[in-house]
Design a protein around this ligand. Sequence first.
Ligand code: PHE
Length: 442
Amino acid sequence: MTKLFIKTNRTLSAVLSKYKYSTAAKSIALVDIKGKEFVSDDYTNITPKIISYLGKNLHMQKNNPLSIVRQRIVNYFYSSFTQRGAPAFSIYDNLSPIVTTKQNFDDLLIPSNHPSRAKSDCYYINRGNLLRAHMTAHQSELLRSGLDNFLMIGDVYRRDEIDSTHFPVFHQVDGVRSQRKEELFPGQPDLEIFEPNYDKKNPHTFVNSIKDPMKQSCHTLEATKLMETQLKTHLISLTQVLFGESIKYRWVEEYFPFTHPSWELEIFYDNKWMEILGCGIVRNEILVNAGPTNSIAYAFGLGLERLAMALYKIPDIRLMWSTDSGFLTQFQNIDLNESVTYKPVSSYPQCINDMSFWLPENLTIDTFVSNDFYDLVRDIGGDIIEQVRLKDKFVHPKTKKHSLCYSIVYRHLERTLTQAEVNEVHKVIEKAVVDTFGVAMR
Ligand code: PHE
């Protein structure tokens, strides 16, 4: 059994991430992810650069600001919800980020044509497996295992543009709180969670509708409103614990396929509204498919990077990945609730190089997938890529050829880059872009 590293210049996914496993009879392309092998297919778009982030677990690294925010959130739930003196929430912070499309989408009622499933937005290992795009991917399996109150904490992966606030890997804290009639309405036996026509013994016979913006058709208005109040009260208290009593916030109505009704919480930070979490009442179908037929649940998902950047005034998301002691010592042994303001260690200069090219005949400025370009740039340039932005696009009036121009901003977080070394990297990227997309540099 031999494994060969194959390099082709046909597609981005094939560039660096495939190994060839061959026997006399057949040849299958395999993707190796941390010692586990997967058969690749036309959906494979995960790259070695992205694979290298797996297992870093920044949210568990002592002194990392993400880990400090995680602990503060966990402490809030531990102290706010107890059952006979013990914490009511269980914490899952070590779940594998490799999930199935069933976990990430189907179990959560995400329709098969939903844009969040697009190859251009997710890191697919193959058609059936991907790196989780949100921590909600674990909700159904944990409900199925019998849990009712739990937090899921970990790294999530989404293909995205590159700038100071976007990185393809970030961290989320997701949670679920379920309640049965006796817990939700203690001492009020007349109040019900479910409408009279919902039969707990035959829940599959009930067609649950989300047409009414106030509630799911299976739930009573009283149960929905009480859950909404509890959900919002707790998430606001948590926000005030983190940012102080005077933090300005607002609720915005939202849509998520897995909750109804749904909301987003925004805080006023740095002179603009910033979304920090999504939440809502869990769709009853999800609970029923996972087991419980007699409870109502709310769920929420918070992004740790945004919270940490706002709390500690960290200007660039890539700093979370810094192993530089100048960064980490600023968060060393601090009291969890201490207010810390990040002081830039030093800011080294940027180098900006442009890249303009003509697209081949089979591509147009509308069908060219920018995220494919960003991934290739990041794969080759690594962490010195600070930003990639589309600078210009145009169609030649005579030849009708399509042209794109991107600016690539290079900056090293820990030292000055020389223009000569940036030019070297830029040249390698140009070559890869030509080989991968069949473009012609201008
Ligand atoms: N999974 C959602 C996201 O990543 C957040 C969310 C979680 C919303 C749970 C509602 C309920 O944006």
